[in-house]
Design a protein around this ligand. Structure first.
Ligand SMILES: [Zn+2]
Length: 272
């Protein structure tokens, strides 16, 4: 059980109202203390002398018990029963949210936030020379480690992008984590990084790629291949719509929706 799961669970009970950011700060610890005080009767032993990690798990278990998911003993150990109870909670939550909060993805080429970024043909004016130092001067500090698509044993906690895009990209990944939680981010492979800056021409073309400005990101290219349509691409599925909405709200354009292919790719430049 990850910290983000404990936060989600405590939020579901009403103990916690902070971000689901997988970072145990003061609000998270206040909620854990509240769980220990209010639900002391559910704990197998007094958690007063437990390690921090055990107290985190314990609060998650207590929340699962309150919510009726039967995690077994509230003992601070992340065993089989706890894992099954958490999986049941997450799948119920995913089911509910896809029924209730799903709205069609609109404005993929006309979201107001996209207007902050240039037309593709004006990228040089806005971003400067392709391949210049500014194209890698932005650093995106990731709220979850990303797996390198071309070397899956390697993970990164940050990547470089154009200096004007560090802020929107950082927000995109933070909000992705806070929307989905870490377990879902991993299940959906939103943590597979396919590259950002790359000084090259467009595939099969003579003009520079948006990647040459550090103004585009690819994700999980293996399951979202360049010429695949929505029938095959992983990121065309409904469960990715919240991710794409977050991208657009920060000014990104999802290639898959905008052009019907290259579902791995989003960029900070408009076609029209
Ligand atoms: Zn790309």
């Amino acid at each position: 059980m990850h910290i983000s799961n404990v936060q989600q669970l405590m939020a579901a009970v009403g103990w916690y109202a902070g971000l689901i950011d997988n970072d145990a700060g003061p609000k998270t610890w206040a909620a854990i203390s509240k769980a220990e005080a209010v639900e002391r009767g559910r704990y197998s032993k007094s958690p007063g002398r437990w390690s921090k990690k055990r107290r985190l798990i314990g609060a998650g278990q207590a929340a699962l018990a309150v919510l009726g998911f039967e995690p077994g003993a509230v003992d601070g150990y992340d065993g089989h029963n706890t894992g099954e109870a958490l999986a049941a909670f997450l799948s119920e939550r995913a089911g509910t949210s896809s029924d209730v909060s799903r709205t069609p993805l609109v404005g993929v080429r006309s979201h107001p936030a996209q207007k902050k970024f240039p037309l593709q043909r004006d990228m040089g004016e806005f971003y400067g020379k392709a391949g210049g130092a500014q194209c890698t001067a932005g650093k995106v500090d990731l709220p979850f480690p990303m797996i390198i698509a071309w070397n899956r044993r390697q993970k990164v906690n940050r990547f470089s992008c154009h200096e004007k895009l560090a802020a929107p990209l950082t927000s995109i990944y933070r909000e992705t984590l806070s929307h989905y939680g870490l377990v879902e981010v991993r299940r959906l492979e939103l943590d597979v990084f396919g590259g950002c800056f790359n000084h090259r021409k467009k595939r099969g073309g003579s003009t520079l790629s948006t990647h040459a400005y550090g103004a585009a990101v690819d994700q999980n290219p293996g399951k979202n291949q360049l010429r695949w349509g929505a029938d095959r691409a992983q990121f065309a599925r409904a469960e990715y719509e919240p991710f794409w909405r977050i991208v657009m709200e920060h000014g990104g354009t999802p290639a898959g929706y905008a052009w019907g292919k290259d579902w791995m790719h989003f960029q900070f430049a408009r076609l029209s």
